[in-house]
Design a protein around this ligand. Structure first.
Ligand code: FES
Length: 104
């Protein structure tokens, strides 16, 4: 089962990235062109925050040791991360951003 949850308004994403917290999960919203993606904000390498990293050609770069993650899937693309991070399905309705959370 999954649950669609409103996390932000589109206007809150003007800087291109926004950190939100929902059900204790830290989630990073990333705007790439007209698309919005949602990833865990916690790097799989040393569990540090990803939010001060940067976007480069569809890839989010961890600010701590440079691991790279595919923003569409959360897949780890380079060392030192060997495991991916969680990605969330995003839906836009009007001016609101929703993400799909899995029920426990
Ligand atoms: S904490 Fe992200 S690469 Fe080390």
């Amino acid at each position: 089962m999954s649950d669609l949850r409103k996390v932000a308004g589109i206007d809150q994403l003007q800087k291109g990235v926004l950190k939100v917290e929902i059900d204790g999960e830290e989630i990073l919203l990333i705007k790439d062109g007209e698309k919005i993606y949602a990833l865990s904000n916690i790097c799989s390498h040393q569990e540090k925050e990803l939010s001060s990293g940067f976007l480069e050609n569809g890839v989010w770069v961890c600010p701590h040791h440079g691991a790279r993650f595919d923003i569409k899937t959360g897949e780890a693309l380079s060392m030192p991360a060997v495991e991916g991070i969680k990605s969330y399905k995003v839906e836009i309705k009007g001016n609101d951003i929703f993400i799909e959370m899995e029920d426990e």
